[in-house]
Design a protein around this ligand. Structure first.
Ligand SMILES: Nc1ncnc2c1ncn2[C@@H]1O[C@H](COP(=O)(O)OP(=O)(O)O)[C@@H](O)[C@H]1O
Ligand SMILES: [Mg+2]
Length: 333
């Protein structure tokens, strides 16, 4: 039944993007000057998780690379690589300049020096989950590099602009915003159908079942593909050659669970502690949560950073925040 399992993997970049023409065009336009050897405009892709931001950024840069010989690119997930050193290291990797850098002993300013000395072809840096950077001043350094174009990705604009100093705020104010909405049901069905066509045998799943999956995914393409992957796996394991409605019903909780588990796996150590506390204790107000957190970590982050961490976990549906100001509470979802 499964002919090419890769197309059901979350990191797969399809040959065609379904819908989202407007967003692809907007991003392509920011990159157009690169065709003439000039840097592009900084862009900021915004929207909920599963709205196609990461996929579309990678896809658009790939298309550009098909047209231009001389271009370097690097994708950085700032949720995983959140220190200044890690980001610089990744970017240098994109230009193949990391040969003699030793992760522990090389001073970070040397990394910046190397990058500043870069005079190769135009370079596109995709900085995904950019709100998760520990020290956003790295954006200022990258902004000043003559040959680097940044594509920034985040859930909400506020999360990017919080904790920025004035000079960076004024630089980034002018970047091109590209908003992404949650997908509609038919759009998710189209995304799923395309994956079915190139990954599963013909006749494996009907439209009714695809709609059921799309409905359960509530606008999130990552969840939709996760459910489809689980349904295909289940059918395969039971030796059935098509995905029935019953199988879809069974695959829904599994698909959701798998996506959730992947999110938990990418939490940073501080977010993980916060998640564990809420998981154990249920509903807490911010004061109680911060106190419990402080007791568990050696070098606690500030209250403000902790609030940002919780915000991210809210965007990724691990945590529910209710009430405003003094009445605010957090609980696990
Ligand atoms: N318009 C689209 N066409 C095809 N596949 C898509 C589209 N949008 C999202 N996907 C797929 O859905 C999944 C989630 O998309 P992703 O780009 O990771 O979302 P986000 O970064 O906004 O959280 C990925 O596997 C991606 O390949
Ligand atoms: Mg993403």
């Amino acid at each position: 039944m499964i002919q090419d399992a890769r197309v059901l993997q979350p990191q797969f970049i399809p040959n065609e993007i379904e819908h989202r023409n407007q967003e692809v065009n907007a991003l392509s336009n920011t990159l157009k000057p690169i065709m003439d050897g000039q840097p592009g405009e900084t862009s900021l892709l915004l929207g909920p998780s599963g709205a196609g931001k990461t996929c579309l950024a990678n896809y658009t840069v790939e298309r550009l690379r098909e047209n231009i010989l001389d271009i370097n690119m690097q994708y950085v997930n700032c949720w995983q690589e959140y220190t200044r050193f890690q980001v610089l290291y990744r970017i240098l990797e994109g230009i193949g300049n990391t040969v003699d850098i030793h992760r522990r002993s090389t001073p970070k300013d040397e990394l910046l020096d190397r990058l500043q000395g870069y005079d190769g072809p135009q370079f596109v840096a995709i900085l995904d989950e950019v709100d998760q950077l520990e020290d956003k001043s790295i954006l200022y350094d990258l902004y000043r590099m003559p040959n680097i174009t940044m594509i920034l990705i985040s859930n909400r604009e506020e999360d990017v602009f919080s904790q920025l100093d004035d000079r960076l705020t004024s630089r980034l104010q002018t970047c091109v915003r590209i908003p992404f909405e949650k997908y509609h049901l038919e759009e998710l069905v189209a995304i799923l159908s395309a994956r079915v066509q190139c990954g599963l045998s013909e006749g494996t799943i009907g439209n009714e079942q695809l709609s059921l999956i799309a409905d359960a995914a509530a606008g999130d393409a990552r969840v939709a593909i996760g459910i489809l992957r689980n349904a295909a796996r289940r059918a395969g394991q039971s030796g059935i050659d098509h995905i029935t409605t019953d199988i879809v019903h069974e695959a829904v909780p599994d698909g959701r669970h798998e996506v959730r588990q992947k999110t938990i796996d990418q939490l940073n150590p501080h977010q993980r502690v916060l998640y564990e506390i809420l998981d154990e204790q249920g509903k807490l107000d911010p004061g109680e949560l911060y106190e419990a957190y402080q007791e568990r970590v050696d070098e606690p982050k500030t209250n403000r950073t902790v609030r940002n961490h919780l915000k991210k976990m809210e965007h990724y549906r691990l945590v529910i925040a209710e009430g405003k100001n003094r009445a605010r509470t957090y609980r696990p979802r």
